[in-house]
Unconditional design. Sequence first.
Length: 350
Amino acid sequence: MEAIEVITNSEVSSERSVTPTIDTDPLNDVTTPPTPAIYFGVETEPFFFLSSFFPSTLSLGPHEFLTAEGFFQAAKFSEHPNLVLALKKTKSSKEMLYKLQHWTECIPEDWDEKRLPIMKEIQELKFAQHKQLRARLVQTGDAKLIYRSKTDSFFGCGQDNQGLNHLGRILMDLRSAFQACPEPQPTLLLTSFKLRLPHPDTSSTVWCADNASEKWYPHTKSSLKEITIAPAISDAPASDSGFLHGIAHGDKPWTLEVLVQLREQVKEGADGPRVSVWYRRQFYRSRDTLLSSEHLKSSLTINGGIYIYGFPLELDQSCSTSEQITISLSSSEAGWHSGPEFKLSFTVWE
């Protein structure tokens, strides 16, 4: 099995994916091409959209959650409306996990029996309400999807890579269903909530302050509180020749990690795809990044090819509410411009 190499250094995974040895039959001259594997689960790495922590609003009845994980945890505490409300208001995944540590006594005794069917329903809802994410899931072809988490051996592969990987299995089942029928079919949903029609996201949170970030961004007046992007990253058009695959805060202060997905591999020395970043406060000063092989994060030769490139985006430390950064992707050589333009906005503490 050929693995897509993803370098990780977050709490979710500190390992580096490897390419296992492929066994072949010496008596057979024709070998079956290896099935690629996609490891996901790190916010700053490719294919994070498969994670339950990816920012993609889910709506059911009067309830709205910013991530599938928030919805999943809310189902765990459905008998405690105050905890559900607290989860709905929590934007940071780290802050959510911090809160959950103090609520263990409220977890129902039969949760272990319920968690798998509930996760299945939530993932189906996520991809049913987000057309572009559904298309991106289908684009992974027949690749094996593996949720890499050293702390979760039930939904993930665990620290020893021998976990049950139930989240990956759920996503592969959903992918097969969407390949056979692109439009999702109605399904039984959680009895705790009533179905509400999906609505398009208008924006999503790229980063927000939490306990872990205070060392970089102290909670003082006029300091950075939140970064949002519009339109939402979950609405990036998957059918375009190139689109914004992901954007997240990196391991350095004042730095975002930007990921771009292309259909074709960048040709060296050509005037190929470039990412333009415009800074409004600086009289619309532009900074262009010409994508090259050194930016390549991962590739998948499936469905015409998936090539994901990444680069750091440094922010001005004097960011304020008047700051706005516009990100666009184009290729003069191929003659295309990917739309829409994405706008980063900043919120500070008052």
